[in-house]
Design a binder for this molecule. Structure first.
Ligand SMILES: [Fe+2]
Length: 145
């Protein structure tokens, strides 16, 4: 199960970077779309806080350890932090792009978990990716305006 724990740690790192990006966008979004996006970003980061916790606790359940520090998170994460704040549409575009990447990585770990017969990890991560596909559709719809 060590390989799966490593994969779960990797996802924890990427999900934590995404969580922080959502928080930063929640704080920094400006303009006529402020109220809608400020609230939507909070809704999303609240969900990602739970998912980070689930990833950490799944690693523990498999006998491993979660990443304990932000330094470890940043060293491990593949997703890039937001180093500057785009405009409102740019924020949504960045979130869509990252979400597609997160979904691809998440489904990769689903395949690994399936190969190991780890149904609980499959169920957990499929649930994440299924919900995030819907989030992606909503964010892309927002950009169609
Ligand atoms: Fe807030």
């Amino acid at each position: 199960m060590q390989q799966l724990v490593t994969a779960l740690n990797q996802l924890q790192a990427d999900y934590q970077v995404y969580y922080q990006k959502l928080r930063a966008f929640h704080w920094n979004v400006q303009g006529p779309l402020f109220f809608a996006l400020h609230a939507k970003f909070e809704d999303l980061y609240t969900g990602f806080a739970v998912k980070v916790d689930d990833l950490a606790e799944r690693a523990l359940t498999l006998g491993g350890r979660p990443l304990p520090t932000l330094a470890a998170v940043l060293k491990t994460a593949r997703l890039k932090e937001a180093t500057s704040m785009p405009d409102a549409a740019g924020m949504v575009e960045a979130l869509v792009e990252d979400l597609e990447q997160l979904n691809a990585w998440t489904r990769e770990v689903v395949a690994q978990a399936e190969a190991k017969g780890d149904a609980a990890t499959v169920n957990l991560l499929d649930g994440f990716a299924d919900g995030q596909e819907k989030d992606g559709w909503m964010l892309r719809s927002f950009l169609q305006g």
